[in-house]
Write a protein that binds this ligand. Structure first.
Ligand SMILES: [Zn+2]
Length: 282
């Protein structure tokens, strides 16, 4: 251990993992998901190894996909710890508020709703067709980068498909990106085997470790969120959340001074909206 303890948080989503291209690949309980959990865990282990190669002292992995119970703890690099399960104040980037995190990695990330990318979406698989923050279309990586900036934590690694790496250039240009697959369609990609992607991720994480230096908290607000749904009635559901207003036929908006509030309001809206989607008519 060095004089200054360096701690990395890994936010681990699954759509951008090695080999994953299809909804069943990331749907808990399916045989495909059982298989893909191994490749997902391989990606995360490669990042852990790379961060330790680069001088990190501690790595905490925060599960960030669906039920947030996908990674195989029994196969996890024993130097790391894992936060598994859901209902967490900061969801995908839970742990960043503990004030001991020096850098965060977005592993297995993907592009946002309404854009090109393998399994592209923003929090909800369908239903949301676009999310904008202060007029800029935002992916989960973009949203979470704004959240972690409030805690002074830089993004030090992004992995996913090639489109995800391009997206990350917009919100974390300093972070090394690793494309584990190349986009062909929302459900198809040219994939590289886990042994190859692990080597790439490990090398990039090693470089990224050097970027893990906390900075002053960034207060970038106010944040005006605009959300577009695939059906009009969802506006009625979303506006039940205090502060959320209609701003179009299928759009709502709200404004928060801090991303902490903004992302929690986003969570409330997506939760309420999910319950308003009917099986047959959407
Ligand atoms: Zn996701």
């Amino acid at each position: 251990m060095g004089l200054i303890d360096v701690k990395i948080l890994i936010s681990a989503d699954m759509e951008g993992a090695t080999g994953v291209t299809w909804p069943a690949d990331v749907l808990p309980g399916t045989p495909q998901w059982e298989r893909c959990r191994h490749m997902f865990t391989s990606d995360v282990n490669a990042a852990i190894a790379g961060f330790f190669d680069g001088g990190a002292d501690e790595v905490l992995v925060n599960e960030a996909h669906w039920t947030m119970r996908n990674l195989l703890l029994e196969q996890l690099d024993e130097r790391a710890e894992m936060l598994t399960g859901r209902h967490k104040a900061l969801s995908m980037v839970e742990g960043v508020q503990r004030a001991d995190v020096d850098g965060i990695a977005f592993v297995g990330y993907h592009t946002g709703a309404g854009t090109e990318g393998v399994l592209a979406h923003t929090y909800l698989a369908n239903t949301l067709t676009g999310v904008w923050v202060n007029g800029t279309r935002a992916s989960e990586g973009h949203l979470n980068s704004l959240v972690v900036a409030e805690y002074g934590v830089p993004v030090v690694l992004v992995t996913g498909d090639d489109r995800t790496c391009v997206d990350a250039q917009g919100y974390a240009p300093q972070a090394p990106g690793v494309a584990v697959k190349d986009y062909v369609s929302r459900y198809a990609a040219v994939c590289r085997p886990p042994a190859r992607t692990a080597a790439d991720i490990r090398a990039a994480a090693c470089k990224g470790a050097a970027l893990a230096v906390r900075h002053d908290p960034v207060r970038g607000g106010p944040f005006r969120f605009e959300l577009e749904f695939d059906a009009e009635h969802l506006v009625g559901a979303a506006t039940c959340v205090p502060g959320v207003e209609r701003c179009g036929e299928r759009r709502v908006t709200y404004t928060s001074q801090e991303m902490y509030e903004a992302i929690r309001c986003f969570k409330a809206v997506t939760t309420v909206v999910s319950s308003a989607v009917e099986e047959q008519y959407g």
